[in-house]
Design a protein. Sequence first.
Length: 423
Amino acid sequence: MYAGFAGSLVAMVSPSTSPGRSAFDASDRSALRRAYDTATAGLEAPLAIVDLQAFDDNLEMLAARANGRPIRVASKSIRCRYLLDRALSHPATAGVMAYSLPEALWLYRNQVSDDILVAYPTVDAAALRELAADAKACAVITVMVDSVDHLDLIDKVLGPGHPPLRVCIELDVSWRPLPRVHIGPRRSPVFTPREAATLARAVVARDGFRLVGLMGYEGQIAGVGDNDGNAVKSAVMRWIQRRSAAELTERRTAAVRAVRAIADLEFVNGGGTGSLETTTEDPSVTEVTAGSGLIGPTLFDAYSRFRPRPAVLFALPVVRKPAPSTATLFAGGYIASGPTGPSRQPSPYLPSGLKLTALEGAGEVQTPVVGRAARQLAIGDRVWLRHAKAGELAERFDRYHVVVGDKLEETVPTYRGEGVNFG
Ligand SMILES: Cc1ncc(COP(=O)(O)O)c(C=O)c1O
């Protein structure tokens, strides 16, 4: 239910107009276009940029919304060490939420953080062995479990007497208002405080594990916009999110109390970019997670509570004019993960007044765009686009060009540019 519902509720609406420190008024799209074109004039497109002022503004916005709770930075939504380092240098952030154990080990080896939570269970035997062989890594990295089967697998891979691994239990924080109705991501089988306590007891009863955290990601609030331009859908979404947040505060608080009676938890992690307001209302949560809010992809345009600035964009060159009203761009088919549909396509951003065609969408090698601005585009011009999600564009480009105003500051590698790929 979640995926289809979420997919239908997330839409692309107008771009950022939030105030910031940028030298360029973000609402003045032609000024932005001139700035980005000037900064990258000496580079060949396709290329991707980070608007550093937009990124920093987004960081400040997240810090304000986190209401004093430390923000763990979701690396999957960044996938660029330069940007991770920049986010982690802000006093409002603490630690990384990694998406795979090999990634966590790589971040640890590169000294990105000394507190890395792998937010998804791992069955990677080689990475588990690498972790267990390094006492310092074992002190820095926390792995996720949601069942005794995960403990069994780790024991089987590492054998008896393995060094203690830091473990976090994932709680299912979806909303189940009625039998067989599940609103939220399908993640953990641990739903009730009693189930959380049972698993906590199993962890502490075993040698080789140290229970340090509890995590729950309320994707039905954090990852689904409540302001997609359709008044009815938005009202329904707001109602669901209010109800879900109220139910969750009670259940998560009870689960945390039950687990704390068994183990001395270092942290209780919750939320994501879209839910900072409600997650921080829950007194049992000690830290929040955010990543997408730093980048400002199109899926995060549809929230009433905040509006990140588009901080990462990519430029494609116009290579053809098949008709006066159509400009065809090179490449561009960078479709985002999730329930596929229009919301997962990239969006033409600059100049304003362009859209993809329904028949071709964003193509493997060619992307036609139409709309009033297409008539003004000539072969060799650039169109700036936004990705639907925050981190996946970094899997398409080796480098991000760091732009401040209309200046190119430096060029930094993405994960892909560093030759690493973690799934
Ligand atoms: C466990 C977990 N926490 C938090 C987030 C939120 O990340 P972001 O702020 O980048 O949307 C996610 C996203 O999927 C997640 O899986």
